[in-house]
Design a protein around this ligand. Sequence first.
Ligand code: ADP
Ligand code: PMV
Ligand code: MG
Length: 388
Amino acid sequence: MEVTARAPGKIILSGEHAVVHGSTAVAASINLYTYITLRIPPPSAETNDTLILQLKDIGLEFSWPIGRIKEALPESNGLDSSTPATCSGKFAESISALVEEQNIPEAKLALASGVSAFLWLYTCIQGFKPATVIITSELPLGSGLGSSAAICVALSAAFLAFSKSSSLDKGHQGWLDFGENELELLNKWAFEGEKIIHGKPSGIDNTVSTYGNMIKFKSGGLTRIKSAVPLRMLITNTKVGRNTKALVAGVSERTLRHPDAMTSVFNAVDSISKELSTIIQAPAPDDISVTEKEEKIGELMEMNQGLLQCMGVSHASIETVLRTTLKFKLTSKLTGAGGGGCVLTLLPTLLSGTVVDKVIAELETCGFQCLIAGIGGKGAQVSFCGSS
Ligand SMILES: Nc1ncnc2c1ncn2[C@@H]1O[C@H](COP(=O)(O)OP(=O)(O)O)[C@@H](O)[C@H]1O
Ligand SMILES: C[C@@](O)(CCOP(=O)(O)O)CC(=O)O
Ligand SMILES: [Mg+2]
């Protein structure tokens, strides 16, 4: 039996960090995916007493005898795949022990939290079954494009596809969408995985990866929105590594030190995101209204970037991208947790291809990597193959 699930990465158009503190944010999925293949071996197979995890593009493989997992996590067998549960206390310690036993190379230790999320979601949803799980991803890890959420959504999708409660048509050819109730359940499980990786996630990343398209998000609640104009964003990866958990914790510490000032910052972000979502959805019947709209979107992005600087999550590399794009009169803001990672630059509809090429060339001479991703595609999907 085999299933492959895929879940997209995302860009946050406005509201990162502030969304963790209850402000509105706007995010969209992008057409770069994380793929999970779950292979359940026949009872006669050699691997029928092992759980194997292959990180294909990273070139790492981990495996645990099922008996070892049962011994470390006896309680997880009593959990129910239809009731998402938080990995806390004793569970978290036992999972860390299972991950430590795999001796992840020092340079790749950041992967440990992803492997922990995998173990938690697998044992809670699939129990103690032997299986091989293969992960591949088109997303850069730890760059602000939501690889942590995409992996949690894709893992939950693959595991739930073979759970008892699944009503998916296993004879379907090609990518298959989940129903509303299943999306809600897998989003909740993915959020539990994100908690293991992020510490205190807002839930926006797993929600946009689950549902796809574009969403307005506040305090756990989502509103699906539709852009009335095709938004074009250049994504520049500064390639400066950073960790969302640490950056989110840093903003919370600053909030504790300056509660009044930070509350004003978060309120300002809330207003920016609400205005952005209204502008994005408003019809633009002609080129003039499209240009006016893009100017407003650019201005809101600039204001949001200023407030992200106030929160302490910008970085010299991000400032270099801002300065470089400004030379071409283009507006940029960081996306995701900041501290390095990726920066968005709004590419107005009427901007010539020659200018876009020049901006990209100049950014790439700084050592950055540029891409223009498709915005607003589908969320989590599965594809069955070799199922019986
Ligand atoms: N394909 C993957 N395989 C293993 N772990 C992953 C994968 N994708 C994401 N992760 C986990 O998520 C972490 C990155 O998450 P985070 O710091 O939130 O950045 P982002 O979500 O912006 O990529 C990685 O260090 C790793 O633990
Ligand atoms: C900073 C934050 O708003 C987004 C983090 O996104 P990413 O992990 O950097 O892709 C955190 C969150 O909302 O959980
Ligand atoms: Mg993340």
